[in-house]
Structures are given as C-alpha cells and as structure tokens.
Design a protein around this ligand. Sequence first.
Ligand code: ADP
Ligand code: MG
Length: 222
Amino acid sequence: MTEPVLQLRGLRKAYADTPVFDGVSLALAPGEFVAMLGESGVGKSTLLNCIAGLDEVDAGDITLAGHAVRTLAEPERARLRREHLGFVFQAFHLLPHLSVAENVALPLRLLGRHGAVADAAVQALLAAVGLGALGGRSPAQLSGGQLQRVALARALVHQPRLVLADEPTGNLDPATAEKMIDLLQAQVRASGTACLLVTHSASAAARADRVVRLTAQGIVPG
Ligand SMILES: Nc1ncnc2c1ncn2[C@@H]1O[C@H](COP(=O)(O)OP(=O)(O)O)[C@@H](O)[C@H]1O
Ligand SMILES: [Mg+2]
C-alpha cells in the first residue's frame, strides 16, 4: 500500500478549558479527494491549522509527507509547508502589498522558482480561476469571490502533495463554485495531490472520493 500523504492519529485539542475535538484519526492517500463536513464551531479550521503546524494539538500524531509535524521546530514546519502544502484559508490571507499575480507566484518564489516557466504556471492558474486579466491588480481591488479564487490558485501553483481547502467555495455563486471544484479535482487527478476540502456544500461534497464528518468525538463517515 502507498504511504498516506497525511495521517492523523488520535488528535485532541482544547482552547484553555474548552474542549474542541478528541479522537480525530484520518488518512489521505496520494490523489485522494476527501470532503470534510461538520457543524460550525466544531473545529474544522482549527484542525486544518494543526495539520499545517500553525496551531498545536494537545495529543496525537500528525504525519504529513512522511514528517511528524508535532516534533518539528518552526523553521522545519515552514519548510514542510512550502514544499508540500497548499492552503486555502477561510479568510484568504492574501498579502495586500503584492499584486494578484505576485500572490499566486509566492509559493514558487519561496521555492526559488523564477523565470518563464514559473510565470507561465502563474498565468495558467489565474486563467483557470477566471482571473487571467486581473493579475496586475491589488487584492483590495477584488471582490470576495475573486479573492477566494486567487487563494485557490496560490494553493495549487506549486503542485503540492496536499491541499487543505477551508470552505473554498463559500463566497462563490454555484456555477463558479462548480468550476473551482473542477479545478481542484483536475489537479488531484493530474498531479496525485491529495485534498482535504472543508465544505458545507452538498454539491461540492458529492464530487469527493470520500465524505467524512468532524464531530467533537472524532471523524465519522459523512
Ligand atoms: N484562537 C482561539 N482561541 C480560543 N478559541 C478558539 C480559537 N480559535 C477557535 N476557537 C474556538 O474553537 C472552536 C472551533 O473553531 P473553528 O475551528 O473555527 O470551527 P469551524 O471551522 O468548525 O467552524 C470554536 O468554538 C471557536 O470559538
Ligand atoms: Mg472554519
């Protein structure tokens, strides 16, 4: 059996005295597209942040691309994110002082990839999210739905091993949302990228290979 891209075992998380989740276990194989449902406030965004090494769990193991995330110091975590992870944050987190195209190019620049091939990858992804003409704009000049699509392009541009997408179609109309899921799925199929998609959209979840639900007691079939 191929080694999972992501393996979660027995994760527990609380904020101070408030438990968030416990007993969270999940494995994603290369190229697997998993949708994660769960009530608002159950800890979906928190879980994605913990997987990315941006927040801490209190117990359990997180293995990402063969690395035990919890044992890594911040510089190694940053390198792991750069090399293997694409993250579509719920609040986008684009850099306001960079243009749209520079935001999408950032993962490539951080890997030392400059030049015509990198620029073509940026332009291809901007076109794929329907923003081919807007690369020169500043994020402040885009709508929420456009920012969300820039965030998706940035998460895919370096063909990471794992994409974590936190409600990436929440600001989009149904037709655009469908196109964004097409793009995610195409990359999953073409590059063997695994994807953990947090969504409230039944139509997005229906496109996944597997649907799971996060509860306070762990992950159950969706
Ligand atoms: N930094 C934080 N400090 C304290 N509590 C937090 C923090 N971030 C999130 N929470 C709480 O943790 C729970 C899970 O939040 P979140 O992961 O955003 O849920 P979801 O994404 O499933 O809606 C919520 O009750 C939220 O209020
Ligand atoms: Mg959330």
